[in-house]
Write a protein that binds this ligand. Structure first.
Ligand SMILES: [Zn+2]
Length: 469
């Protein structure tokens, strides 16, 4: 096959017509010579001339058409230049919007340069998956926007927006031309058991965080020992902690959820306190020593999230700072920052949750036939606190404030034993039952397994470290 050179279609038509005209003309000359003085020859010549004219006009038409094609090509090139031009003008920018007090989703977006119209579209796209009015001040909205770098009066366009809903879960809105599409993205979570230990260097909470124990696990750990250990007095520099806890991490190994403590150990100079979690067949959970003895749960002496809170006024006779006379102080005052969570001092039932004169916002909990506790001057109650509600030890019941007769934020804490107010610092009240029988056997198997898997390694390493010194 002979390959023809590539030729424009219209060019080819032009050439063909040109050839046809020449051939027709030559043929007509030959014909005229042969058929002399033919009567038809004149007509035939007219015919030839007409066909030539037709051919010429057709060529002209084709030329117009090819001009139109050229215009189209020009338009396309122009459009391409515009795209390139916009690429130069518009930049894709990552922007984090911090939701301010009083902001709605729409106001936060418009403040960030998005048009009201686009913000409305985003709002409606988001609505089915996420309630935009649940946005709170301080929350962050991560976005990717197209921003005109040459003309700041041109509004930015939102291309992508991420709002975290829960740890490991976020709602994503993406632009698709003029529309927005919203979907929920969830991290795949991996269950993990973490085993960490370390030396206490001054502050237990800080020492634990230093080796990577998450805050939530630190708090649970401290609350577990709060009944058995006076952290200020008993824990010394150089003492050790050991912890085994469940956690859920995402694919990047980032902690999403910190679960239960399986084992908690405190190696104090004088003794080692080791506590193991056990869940009975009814789902009840408690912590026991390796021998199956229940954790001695005394009423919490300082039921505050702020464990270092100082006593601003002890139990007993004192000069009242407002009344300016000696009276008996029926509780202990702990000075703590406004808003510090207040815990239930023990398991029990709320007997009162109300404003109570000089006590201000006040809660009273009945723990058993012998003991009750009372809490005063709260800034507010925790959600759901009302008389008749059952609470567990360590549950948040309210927050430190200065309501009622009070000179500054503090918790007024009373322990009532058999109807008489007693010193919370000296009470001895314990609950909890030891394990026995089948439960004890099951528990001991569990202890052996936890020791073999995690706890033995702690002391192994500790011994190795000591041997090095
Ligand atoms: Zn008081």
């Amino acid at each position: 096959m002979v390959k023809l050179p590539v030729m424009n279609k219209h060019r080819m038509v032009e050439v063909c017509y040109f050839c046809a005209i020449i051939v027709a003309f030559v043929l007509s000359l030959i014909h005229n010579n042969r058929v002399e003085a033919s009567t038809d020859s004149k007509d035939y010549f007219t015919y030839l001339m007409e066909s030539e004219e037709d051919a010429v006009s057709e060529v002209e038409d084709n030329f117009v058409e090819s001009e139109e094609v050229a215009e189209d090509v020009q338009d396309n090139i122009k459009a391409m230049f515009e795209v390139v031009d916009n690429m130069v003008k518009y930049e894709s920018v990552e922007k984090e919007i911090l939701v301010q007090k009083g902001d709605t989703l729409i106001s936060a977006l418009t403040k960030a340069g998005i048009t009201r119209e686009a913000a409305n579209k985003i709002y409606y796209s988001l609505k089915s998956d996420f309630n935009p009015s649940s946005l709170r001040a301080g929350q962050k909205i991560k976005t990717i926007m197209s921003v005109n770098t040459q003309d700041s009066t041109v509004p930015a366009e939102l291309d992508y927006m991420v709002i975290d809903i829960n740890p490991g879960e976020r709602v994503i809105t993406a632009r698709n031309h003029d529309k927005f599409e919203t979907f929920i993205e969830q991290d795949e979570l991996i269950e993990k058991t973490e085993a960490l230990h370390g030396v206490i260097n001054g502050n237990l909470s800080k020492s634990m965080q230093n080796v990577g124990v998450p805050m939530r696990a630190v708090n649970n750990f401290i609350n577990l020992f709060a009944y058995a250990v006076d952290f200020k007095r008993d824990v010394k520099k150089g003492d050790k902690f050991e912890i085994v806890y469940d956690s859920q991490v995402n694919k990047d190994d980032k902690l999403i959820k910190c679960g239960k403590i399986i084992y908690a150990g405190l190696v104090l100079r004088k003794q080692k306190i080791a506590l193991y979690r056990y869940e009975d067949t009814k789902g009840g959970v408690d912590y026991y020593t390796a021998g199956g003895q229940a954790l001695k749960r005394t009423l919490d002496r300082k039921p505050l999230a702020f464990r270092n809170a100082r006593i601003s006024s002890p139990f007993g006779r004192r000069l009242h700072p407002i009344l300016k006379k000696h009276i008996i102080h029926w509780g202990v005052d702990y000075a703590a920052p406004h808003g510090t969570p207040i815990y239930a001092g023990g398991d029990g039932v709320v007997q009162a949750a109300k404003y109570n004169g000089g006590y201000g916002n006040y809660i009273k909990i009945r723990h058993n036939s012998e003991f009750s506790t009372a809490y005063g001057h709260m800034s507010r109650f925790a959600k759901g606190m009302r008389s008749g509600v059952r609470v567990t030890q360590g549950q948040i019941i309210g927050y430190v404030g200065s309501t009622g007769r009070s000179t500054g934020p503090h918790l007024h804490y009373e322990v009532i034993q058999n109807g008489k107010r007693v010193n919370p610092r000296t009470i001895k009240a314990s609950t909890g039952e030891n394990l026995s029988g089948q439960a004890l056997n099951k528990f001991k198997q569990k202890v052996e397994q936890v020791n073999k898997e995690y706890v033995d390694a702690f002391s192994g390493q500790a011994t190795a470290k000591l041997a090095q010194k």
